[in-house]
Design a protein around this ligand. Sequence first.
Ligand SMILES: Cc1cc2nc3c(=O)[nH]c(=O)nc-3n(C[C@H](O)[C@H](O)[C@H](O)COP(=O)(O)OP(=O)(O)OC[C@H]3O[C@@H](n4cnc5c(N)ncnc54)[C@H](O)[C@@H]3O)c2cc1C
Length: 326
Amino acid sequence: MANAFWVLVEDDRNGAPKKVMAEVIGEAARHSGGDVEAVWLTDKATDEGVKHLGEWGAKKVWLVESADLAPYRAEVWAPVVAELAQAHSPKAIFAPVTSRQRELMSRLAARLGVGLAGDCMGLAMEGDALVATRPVYAGKLLSKMTWAKTPWLATLRPNVFRPADAQPGKTATVEKPSVKVPAAQLKFVERREEASTGLPELTEAEIVISGGRGMKGPENYVILEEMGGVIGAAVGASRAAVDAGWRPHRFQIGQTGRTISPKLYLGFGVSGAIQHLAGMRTSKVIVAVNKDPEAPIFKIADYGIVADLFEVVPALTQEFKRLLEK
Ligand SMILES: Cc1cc2nc3c(=O)[nH]c(=O)nc-3n(C[C@H](O)[C@H](O)[C@H](O)COP(=O)(O)OP(=O)(O)OC[C@H]3O[C@@H](n4cnc5c(N)ncnc54)[C@H](O)[C@@H]3O)c2cc1C
């Protein structure tokens, strides 16, 4: 429907929308009076996935299901969403900040000839205009911006916006539009799945533990993973640790890595360089453990421990275990 707020669905590639979609749908509903429609491009939708979208508040799901949509390639997906948007004139299109939505939304903005507010941390209606708050200069400043014309395109930082309360039994109508899925320009060669750590995904986790150069070597991350297992946290790293080959790049937090905004960030042996802070400074509570009392991370930490992490981590893990077993 014209004037609806659209949300682009990020899924787990197995037919389940990610939980960040509850945040994106919730925020879209707040500014549209509940007029939210989900656009789901996938090679395998599931009834369960459609059910979640409906319960989170999507009134309609535009379902484009085709084997040609997998694996994701921006040049295949962007024209499909652009064609749909041109035909149905949504007022806004929101997506979560993920690797593929970031790329897809930029291409979509170019195709539609409209502006994109990336990495939004706040959205508010001021009169008839939507105003986005987003970080600039690696998060040192926040800027406010609005759009010259619709649709208003925005990517939303995970763990910042209040998720929609799921309403069991609420359903979305499903519409399967006939759109042309263009041929891929890139040939898919091989997909290698990273072995799962068994811990939550970095950008979705409510608690993130981060290990920096102070971890001294890749073998020592096991103590962070053990803590992660106890408190249900994801384990990330600084770029120094990634560049040293201790952790894969997908675990890097910061300007050239992942942006996270968990409820709790625990940094061990991380100095707090500006580029690292760019990816985590919006965490609700920041705890830092560092041997150096002058480490810059203490300037933004809510709680700091000046100590050797190799003494603090096992002691904290034991304490967490004790408390959680109670
Ligand atoms: C263009 C650009 C992009 C960048 N992007 C990123 C990015 O995305 N993410 C990122 O993280 N960095 C990024 N960087 C790099 C950034 O500038 C820093 O070099 C990096 O973050 C440092 O990582 P670190 O804190 O682990 O290491 P260091 O700065 O070396 O800090 C290690 C800390 O560990 C402490 N320590 C050592 N041993 C112990 C111990 N036993 N117990 C407790 N504490 C201990 C030390 O006191 C020190 O403070 C970028 C840089 C550039 C130029």
